[in-house]
Structure formats: C-alpha cells, structure tokens
Design a protein around this ligand. Structure first.
Ligand SMILES: C[S@@+](CC[C@H](N)C(=O)[O-])C[C@H]1O[C@@H](n2cnc3c(N)ncnc32)[C@H](O)[C@@H]1O
Length: 209
C-alpha cells in the first residue's frame, strides 16, 4: 500500500477533490473559522487559501499521512495566516484542553479509524462555546442508496485508503455531545453519475457546550 497510499492516492485526491464544486464548499466551510483554529486531516492543504487573516489568529493543522504532508509542505509558505503543521492523528491530539476556538474537518471523518475517539478529542481541545465546522460525505437517507453504500464500502475502503461511504457523520457529531446548528439538507449536486448518490454531502457547524 505504501506507494499507492503515500504517493498515488494523494495525487489522485488532489485531482478528484480539486473540483470547483468542492473548492466552493471548502471556502464556505472555512469562512466560519475564527480565533485559534485547528484543522484535522489537512491533506495537501486545499482549504488553506480560504482562511481569513482578519478572523483567524493562528492555524494548527494535523495530518498523519507522510505523502499528504509532503504535498502540503509547498503550500505552507504561502499561508494567509500563521500556521503550524503537526504530523499526527485526530484520535490522539497532542494539545492541551480547551485551547482552540474552532476545529475544522473537511472530508476527514469518513477516513479516520475511530470517529468517536476523534470527536471526543475535538470536544476536549475546543473551548466551551467553540465551534466544530465539518464538511463530510455521509450515509444517504434513502434506503436503496444506503444499501449500495454498504455493498461498495469494502471496495471504497481499499481504493480510498480507509475512506467509508456509510458514516452518518452529522448524527455522530450530535451523539458526541455537540449542539448542531441548523444545517442545509444533504446535497448530491457536487458529484456526477452514480457517485452523487453514494456521496451526499453535509456541511455543519456544531457548538461545544
Ligand atoms: C479525503 S482526504 C481530505 C483531505 C483534506 N481535508 C481535503 O479537504 O482535501 C482525508 C484526509 O484525512 C486524513 N486522515 C486519515 N486518517 C486520519 C486520522 N486518524 N486523523 C487525522 N486525519 C486522518 C487522510 O490522511 C487524508 O489526508
């Protein structure tokens, strides 16, 4: 898996997720970030240009993949905000309690090994009243589409290096003790063909109480 997961997949992902439909949504997501911000699963840094220096005082990014970190390195010098990159995983964040005003996850909860543990860590490092902003592809509401998501999930996990089609991420955020702000409906228009039915998107903001 080394060559695929650390070199080919990061390259493929930049092409697949560099689509204007996704870039527009990344921009909308990150426009809500303010203060001391942590992004988990930074990938190659596709959200970076959208952080607003008028709102964001510091940005800390965490990413476990060496291949992704290699691709992101080129971007760090052009960061619009002061940035610190920390290799690591969302399940064990190397930060103290209540140090961040905003935590961002963009298309990452689908890929982490233990989503409950990541959300517990997000909650721990957020200040009370802080915001968790997420953009994720999730389990469909439609039973027939759900069946296809379940059937194809084992293949997706291999091709997508641990990515799952069947996570009800917004519900998991609520179950982790966050208060979800009203969310737009799940969207499918961002993708094309069968893919759109397999990857409905949710964008949400949740308050750490
Ligand atoms: C689909 S990519 C999205 C990358 C980036 N956020 C973006 O918008 O393009 C998922 C990312 O989550 C990272 N990831 C996987 N497991 C993780 C974990 N346990 N903790 C943090 N990030 C993880 C992957 O290495 C990958 O960079």
């Amino acid at each position: 898996m080394g060559l695929y997961s650390e070199t080919i997949f990061p390259w493929l992902l930049d092409r697949a997720l560099g689509h204007p439909n996704i870039m527009r949504r990344r921009q909308a997501l990150v426009s809500g970030a303010s203060g001391a911000v942590l992004e988990i699963g930074f990938g190659s840094g596709a959200t970076l240009p959208f952080y607003d220096p008028a709102q964001v005082t510091s940005l800390t990014v965490v990413e476990p993949s060496e291949g992704m970190n290699r691709r992101a390195a080129a971007q760090l010098a052009n960061s619009p905000v002061p940035i610190t990159s920390v290799p690591g995983a969302g399940e064990r964040l190397p930060f103290g309690d209540a140090g961040f005003d905003t935590v961002v996850c963009c298309l990452t909860l689908c890929s982490v090994s233990d989503v409950g543990q990541v959300l517990a860590e997000v909650r721990r490092v957020l200040k009370p009243g802080g915001r968790f902003l997420f953009l994720e592809h999730v389990l469909s509401d439609d039973p027939e589409r759900q069946r296809w998501q379940q059937r194809l999930n084992p293949i997706q996990r291999v091709v997508g290096v641990g990515c799952n089609l069947n996570r009800p991420s917004a519900e998991l955020v609520r179950a982790a003790g966050f208060v979800l702000e009203p969310m737009p409906a799940k969207e499918v228009e961002w993708a094309f063909g069968a893919l759109k039915h397999l990857t409905p998107l949710v964008m949400g903001s949740a308050v750490r109480v």
